[in-house]
Design a protein around this ligand. Structure first.
Ligand code: PLP
Length: 400
């Protein structure tokens, strides 16, 4: 009998982490690889936040904290939701986790029974399906195409709901496409959900603050207050505050759900680190002016990448409103052969050939559940992006 549990048979390691590891391996061989695979800001954590973390260590805040976080942090989360989203939660409706990833994991483990269905619009963030599988639930994918701007239509949502549907996971702005739902888009989704009172919603708002062209971010609970009692609103500091390594994410929702999530955490991670919590109080309460500056840089990079990829033969690239990803279609490259003699039949063939022949690391659309596409993260220096896009253009023009 295997030592490994049966439930692990359908779980894969994160494909985005695998690309990063492959790029690092080529770099170690002396190859000048440009990594556009990782979903991580190249900016540093702002100084005032770092200082708060250091001060917490010096002040001896180095011990266990409550599982659901120090009261100052829960208060900062309640205030954030009120101030920025017009949502009123109590302090005991706050869950603090070890990154947004663990918040989602806790929510799924606390609620999904074997056989429960979780609707996941595709393309999706790579971890959602595997988390549902670990909980022995059934991911139900709904394809949202380039023509639909990668957003879930009310018709497709309606068709995907069954008696076994427990959750819909909604991520805006999206990883991997950068697609962002307007208030109107959200209302259309909400109208369907109002007709199906057994369906709950996790909104993953991790990229809330990374929006461009004056896009106004809204979250579902704010757009449709009648759904408030069955929404878990999830957010975090990793992306906007460039705090990926600190590991803090948070969520607010109905008390019984939050209590169950806290119970899981009390029996696993206990809580995120005490100094991280202190730094996050400063992140949420402190100045946010650095964001406008950084977003101007992201927007410039987005425009650069969309422009250059638009000139690459066989690619089609939408201009996303948020996050720091683009998700070009490679439909025009399928069936061709690369300069190095590799046949491009799938997006995995495309990214493998691109990495081996032009040393650009990206992630195949297959990993996100919608092909034929690939994902590029533009959270890297402008010089690196120009060089990478030049290589992609050359790669595409060499296809025959
Ligand atoms: N949700 C989305 C859509 C993401 O892209 C990520 C990170 O890549 C996360 C959640 C998790 O973020 P973290 O665990 O770093 O807070």
């Amino acid at each position: 009998m295997s030592i490994i549990a049966q439930r692990m048979s359908s779980i894969k390691p994160s494909p985005t982490m695998a690309v990063t590891a492959k790029a690092a391996e080529l770099k170690a061989q002396g190859i000048d690889v440009i990594g556009l695979g990782a979903g991580e800001p190249d900016f540093d954590t702002p100084d005032h936040i770092k200082e708060a973390g250091k001060a917490a260590i010096d002040a001896g805040k180095t011990k266990y904290t409550p599982t659901n976080g120090i009261p100052e942090l829960r208060k900062a989360v309640v205030d954030k939701f009120q101030r920025e989203n017009g949502l009123a939660y109590d302090m005991n409706q706050v869950h603090i986790g070890v990154g947004g990833k663990q918040v989602l994991f806790n929510a799924i483990m606390a609620t999904v029974n074997p056989g429960d269905e979780v609707i996941i619009p595709a393309p999706y963030w790579v971890s959602y399906p595997d988390m549902v599988l670990i909980a022995e639930g059934t991911p139900v994918f709904v394809e949202c195409t380039e023509e639909e701007e990668f957003k879930l239509s009310p018709e497709k949502l309606e068709a995907a709901i069954t008696d076994n549907t427990k959750w819909l996971i909604l991520n805006s702005p999206s990883n991997p496409t950068g697609a962002a739902y307007t208030a109107g888009d959200l209302q259309a989704v909400a109208d369907v959900l109002l007709r199906h009172p057994h369906v709950w919603v996790m909104t993953d708002d991790m990229y809330e603050h990374l929006v461009y062209d004056g896009f106004e971010f809204k979250t579902l609970a704010q757009v449709e207050p009648r759904l408030f009692g069955r929404i878990l609103t999830i957010n975090g500091v990793s992306k906007a505050f460039a705090m990926t390594g600190w590991r803090m994410g948070y969520a607010c929702g109905p008390l019984n759900l939050i209590k169950a999530m806290n119970n899981i955490q009390s029996q696993s991670a206990s809580h995120t680190s005490s100094m991280t919590q202190a730094a996050c109080v400063e992140a949420l309460n402190g100045p946010m002016d650095f964001l406008a500056e950084r977003n101007a840089v992201y927007k410039e990079r987005r425009d650069l990448v969309v422009g250059m990829l638009g000139q690459a033969e066989g690619l089609n690239c939408l201009t996303p409103k948020g996050a720091f990803y683009v998700y070009p279609s490679i439909a025009g490259c399928i069936g061709k052969t690369s300069k190095g003699g590799r046949k491009i039949e799938t997006d995995s063939d495309f990214v493998t050939a691109l990495l081996e022949e032009e040393a650009v690391a990206s992630v195949q659309g297959e990993a996100f559940g919608l092909s034929p596409h690939f994902r590029i993260s533009y959270a890297t220096s402008t010089d690196a992006l120009i060089e990478a896009c030049t290589r992609i253009q050359r790669f595409c023009s060499n296809l025959s």
